[in-house]
Write a protein of this length. Structure first.
Lengths: 215, 324
């Protein structure tokens, strides 16, 4: 396979941008949906009433991540068919675990004496959750979201295999036609997406957390 | 003010009650100290008063109102009871100002009133408001953190304070200072305070009333003087330790033993061996040892009111400790 600079520039600047936008959606939508599901689940699982279900629910999330996304698509193929939706669905399932696990760890890691004092001061359960537990677990939760984002950025390339679009389309075209320029351009942009999102999340984390509370 | 009526607590999964049929009452404006070894149930009692733990039997009344009443919302109940714990439990992600303002904000006070209150409180507990307001708890020393903890508990001016080994985590020197300051504060504030400690010396120093507990049972309660003079059994004697007489002398004011006379011996004035009428008698012993004499003078302010002799002290000890 040879490599020509001008072909590479065309691949990078002309072919990639529309796919990059698709790719971004393949990352952001699953992560946001996964965050809503996983975060809610973890919050519920740390409430006294639901603690007993923790192992069971976490097993489901674990399975969600051990099954390759392509297999998820295969299983749901009869219901969802091919295209963007099944890709989003599979990626969402894949993104759940890191967020759920970190949120759970973060909430469990809130010091007992702080919670005891907060309750003793007369905070309601909701106030405890929003003013103490969530803010104190934020650094660990954010770390989970970052893992999920980086993981999904890479995995989303597989979306192209089922017609979901994204940078995978460029990379697989490169593989099919023996064009190293396409493969490198596609990979490069995925890398840029992953790093940019990670930095953005770090910025948000910095704004939310006082400096000494960093995980 | 606070009444416990045959209060029981058996924790789930345990057959032995953590607190067994405890009844007593705490008067308004008093410091009541619960003292006993670990696991004696003292903390459980404290936590039942603000319903962090629900009793399995009996009733607790605050100002004649049942705390377990259906109309009482536990969260609102707790906002009216100050709570200080050994680990302090300051919110690490909040500044000192935000920590102290916690309860007033829960009660939705106007911001202006809150900021004035926080400033006032920080000064009250001996901190420089300007300097510490914006700091985070990790930037403070243990003693300062504990002061912030006390300020936070006092924030909404609750009539009742629950304090669970509040000075247990600081070194003895700082602890002594915090105790003194707290007693001085209490003179002005007149809160009704439930205070838990395992340290009998702290109990004697802080308590208007002492409740001695062991294995969930109330062993003895009374004023420090009553308990020192008449320990109910070996457990209490053991808890008090071998220096019971010295502790008694710490609690006795010199004016109680003074022999009033206008003729103060020359040598006392020469050596300046004087104590104040409000000093504990123990101070007289110290002066006797230091000045190598059997007699000290007692002053009330500038006026010389009499003397205390070694014989007086011996007689007094024998009389109140009941060994003679």
């Amino acid at each position: 396979m040879d490599f020509e600079m001008d072909r590479f520039m065309i691949a990078l600047l002309d072919r990639s941008p529309p796919h990059a936008l698709e790719h971004l959606q393949l990352v952001l939508i699953p992560v946001v949906v996964a965050f809503i599901i996983a975060f809610t689940a973890a919050v519920l699982l740390t409430r006294e009433r639901y603690v007993k279900y923790t192992d069971r629910v976490m097993t489901v999330f674990n399975i969600g991540q051990t099954i390759p996304p392509l297999a998820v698509i295969a299983v749901f193929f009869p219901f969802l068919g091919l295209g963007r939706e099944p890709a989003l669905f599979a990626l969402t399932i894949y993104a759940l675990l890191p967020i759920a696990r970190n949120t759970l760890a973060g909430l469990k890691g809130v010091p007992g004496d702080v919670k005891d004092a907060a309750r003793g001061m007369g905070m309601t359960e909701w106030e405890m959750l929003f003013k103490v537990e969530i803010p104190l677990s934020m650094p660990v939760v954010m770390a989970g979201i970052k893992i999920s984002v980086v993981l999904t950025s890479g995995t989303a390339a597989l979306g192209a295999l089922v017609g979901g679009g994204g940078m995978g389309a460029v990379i697989f075209a490169g593989i099919d036609f023996f064009r190293a320029e396409l493969i490198v351009a596609g990979t490069l942009i995925i890398g840029v997406i992953a790093i940019t999102l990670d930095r953005l999340l770090t910025l948000i984390d910095d704004m939310l957390t006082p400096p000494h509370m960093k995980a | 003010m606070i009444v416990l009526d045959k209060v029981d607590k058996v924790f789930p999964g345990s057959t032995i009650p953590a607190v067994n049929q405890i009844s007593f009452q705490i008067d308004e404006g008093n410091i009541c100290v619960f003292v006993g070894p670990s696991g004696c149930g003292k903390t459980t009692i404290l936590r039942m008063i603000n319903r962090l733990v629900e009793p399995t039997g009996g009733e607790i009344y605050i100002k004649g109102k049942k705390v377990s009443d259906k109309e009482v919302n536990p969260d609102e109940l707790r906002r009216e009871i100050g709570y200080v714990i050994q680990q302090i439990g300051l919110m690490p992600h909040r500044t000192v100002e935000q920590n102290v303002a916690l309860v007033p904000r829960l009660l939705k006070w106007p911001e202006e009133k809150i900021s004035l209150r926080v400033k006032e409180l920080l000064e009250t507990v001996g901190l420089d408001a300007e300097e510490v307001s914006r700091k985070y708890p990790y930037q403070l020393s243990g003693g300062m953190m504990q002061r912030v903890g006390v300020a936070r508990a006092l924030a909404a001016d609750p009539p009742i304070m629950l304090m669970d080994e509040p000075f247990g985590a600081v070194d003895p020197i700082v602890r002594g200072r915090l105790q003194d300051e707290f007693l001085r504060l209490q003179k002005a504030l007149k809160k009704t305070i439930c205070f838990v400690t395992h340290d009998i010396n702290e109990a004697i120093k802080m308590g208007d009333h002492i409740v001695i507990m062991n294995k969930g049972e109330l062993v003895q309660h009374g004023t420090p003087m009553e308990i020192l003079c008449n320990p109910a059994n070996y457990f209490v004697k053991d808890l008090i330790g071998t220096d019971r007489e010295i502790k008694l002398l710490e609690l006795t004011k010199s004016e109680e033993l003074v022999t009033r006379t206008k003729n103060i011996p020359e040598q006392i004035i020469e050596k300046d061996s004087f104590i104040l009428a409000i000093d504990p008698v123990q101070r007289a012993l110290e002066i006797m040892m230091k000045k190598n004499s059997d007699l000290v003078g007692v002053r009330d302010g500038a006026e010389m009111i009499g003397t205390i002799s070694w014989e007086d002290i011996k007689k007094h000890i024998n009389m109140i400790s009941g060994d003679n």
